[in-house]
Design a protein around this ligand. Structure first.
Ligand code: NAD
Ligand code: GLY
Length: 357
């Protein structure tokens, strides 16, 4: 088992990564209070891993909540179901929520934990690649709003993250590839050597080779932990984790969160960010080709859907959380392995990028 640390003073926490972790007792006992536990999962993950999760927790009393599956349920009404379960089972401030599932379950459970009785503990047990490399680490929790993705939420760090890579064996191919988009993101924003490694190992990753997966997940978590430790609440450097997200979130909102997967929208968004970086003279055309090539090799989209008009794109991007005084902050690439947030670009170039698809 590998162990990383997210260094955040008194809110620091471990990330456990390995194979067979859900079958091991006691890993989580130090992170559970003396009071209740509510496992929140969904109708897809429950038949696969809920019993295993309960068994890991030993003899303690554990309540379970099985939510409907889908990004379209990541909204305030579903959150109410978590509060119902907590109140009906008389959970108090000493309770611990466990998020067992992908990023949707993790984001909703984390937000419920941030709000319930003004804040209770929670643990992330991510079961998708995307959640294992990104959403379970860093304490961003949220639900979507009809007018914008992840618009209602809170920063609330988990007490621990438990990543059992065996859960990836049941993950559908399309979801697995969507998770790889976020893995590629780390190479692009902060670690060119990791990007080189990804280029060389993309086939092993697609074959879900255990050694390659462990390396990719651990590297991603380590890079994310470093960024989050440096800037927990995104007042600066953390924004680079959103490479491609301003474009991607616009696509997801346009599609009412029901067509492309998050990672697919982010893949197309990262290509658009790379193209814009090239137009302003930061990134070479050959590096833009490397970005396109690796995402295409994985089988991810490298352009946004055709039916979204340029104006609609710009309108949706303007809702982005990085918009300040009317300007959208964009995460751009100065080189592969080096991202920067820029408010200082010619808006006509952004228009050119969304128009010239
Ligand atoms: P998801 O949670 O919808 O999971 C994808 C699908 O896989 C679902 O159908 C789920 O039920 C199923 N599934 C989960 N684990 C499985 C397994 N082991 N075997 C078989 N099926 C399994 O999607 P996701 O890609 O995990 O997460 C996307 C969400 O994460 C988005 O809402 C996005 O906004 C959010 N996100 C949050 C952060 C953050 O920092 N908080 C970062 C990135 C993404
Ligand atoms: N996924 C972006 C972040 O955690 O900041």
């Amino acid at each position: 088992m590998h162990r990383l640390n997210v260094a955040l003073g008194e809110r620091s926490y471990p990330i456990f990564i390995g194979s067979g972790l859900l079958a091991q007792k006691d890993i989580l006992s130090a992170y559970l209070g003396d009071e209740g536990v509510l496992i929140v999962t969904n109708e897809t993950v429950a038949p696969l891993y809920l019993d295993l999760m309960v068994a890991t927790l030993g003899d303690r009393k554990v309540d379970r909540l099985i939510l409907p599956d889908g990004e379209q349920y990541k909204h305030l009404n579903t959150l109410d179901l978590i509060f119902d379960a907590l109140l009906e089972n008389r959970h108090n401030r000493g309770t611990t929520l466990i998020a067992l599932g992908g990023g949707v379950i993790g984001d909703m459970t984390g937000f419920a934990a941030a709000c319930y009785q003004r804040g209770v503990d929670f643990i992330q047990v991510p079961t998708t690649l995307l959640a294992q490399v990104d959403s379970s680490v860093g304490g961003k929790t949220a639900v979507n709003h009809r007018l914008g993705k992840n618009m209602i939420g809170a920063f609330h760090q988990p007490r621990a993250v438990l990543i059992d890579i065996d859960t990836l064996k049941t993950l559908p191919e399309r979801e697995f590839k969507a998770g790889l988009a976020e893995v590629v993101k780390y190479g692009l924003i902060i670690d060119s050597a990791f990007f080189d490694w990804l280029e060389q190992n993309v086939k092993s990753l697609l074959a879900r080779d255990e050694e390659a997966l462990l390396y990719a997940i651990e590297s991603s978590c380590r890079l994310k932990a470093e960024v989050v430790s440096a800037d927990e609440r995104e007042s600066g450097i953390r924004a680079i984790l959103n490479l491609g997200h301003t474009f991607g979130h616009a696509v997801e909102t346009f599609q009412s969160y029901s067509s492309w997967l998050h990672g697919e929208a982010i893949a197309a968004g990262m290509v658009m960010a790379a193209e814009l970086s090239s137009v302003i003279g930061w990134l070479s055309e050959s590096d833009v080709s490397r970005v396109r090539r690796i995402l295409a090799q994985i089988g991810l989209p490298i352009a946004p859907p055709e039916n979204i008009s340029a104006q609609k794109f710009l309108d949706l991007m303007a809702v982005d959380k990085k918009a300040r005084r009317g300007t959208i902050g964009l995460v751009l690439l100065e080189a592969i392995g080096h991202a920067t947030v820029s408010f200082d670009y010619d808006p006509s170039i952004l228009e050119e990028i969304v128009t010239s698809r």
